[in-house]
Design a protein around this ligand. Structure first.
Ligand code: FE
Length: 163
């Protein structure tokens, strides 16, 4: 009888552990994707936003609203409001585009090889809606050594609350 109840006890513990692990996984790694047709994107974005976010465009250097923006807060995706970058990691790269040495966390931004225009670059996209953000280069400051070079058009900004 004792052995029987021990076995039941152990299997219940096992089930709880499995449940906790899968809960952790769903919290950490599964993101609700935003999926829209090209037509829907054209409706909800301006022509300039559509060209940059959905057609891998690039705004002209030194023309965007955030390259010289120094307020404290969070930069979000202009396509889906996904929180992407903190002002804590923003720095002046001198390039004319907003630059960050890190994303908010590695689940927010996807990275892929971009061979367009005869260059080898690494494209960064929003992990939630796949909108184009910019490129990441390996000439950034410490601690990461990375430069996330992002179009202002791909971003919105939420100031830090001060109360
Ligand atoms: Fe997005």
């Amino acid at each position: 009888m004792k052995i029987f109840s021990t076995i039941i006890g152990l299997s219940i513990t096992g089930m709880i552990l499995i449940a906790q692990t899968s809960e952790k996984k769903s919290k950490g790694f599964v993101m609700d994707k935003v999926v829209k047709s090209d037509k829907e994107w054209q409706t909800c974005l301006t022509p300039e936003e559509y060209q940059i976010l959905r057609e891998q465009g690039t705004e002209r250097a030194f023309t965007g609203k955030y390259y010289n923006h120094k307020e404290e807060g969070t930069y979000t995706c202009a396509g889906c409001d996904n929180k992407l970058f903190s002002s804590d990691t923003k720095y002046d790269s001198g390039s004319g585009w907003p630059a960050f040495f890190d994303s908010l966390d590695e689940t927010k931004v996807n990275i892929k090889r971009d061979l367009s225009y005869g260059m080898i670059r690494t494209e960064i996209t929003c992990a939630k809606c796949d909108s184009h953000l910019g490129h990441v280069f390996e000439d950034g400051p410490k601690p990461t050594g990375l430069r996330y070079c992002v179009n202002s058009v791909s971003l919105n900004f939420t100031p830090k609350k001060t109360d």
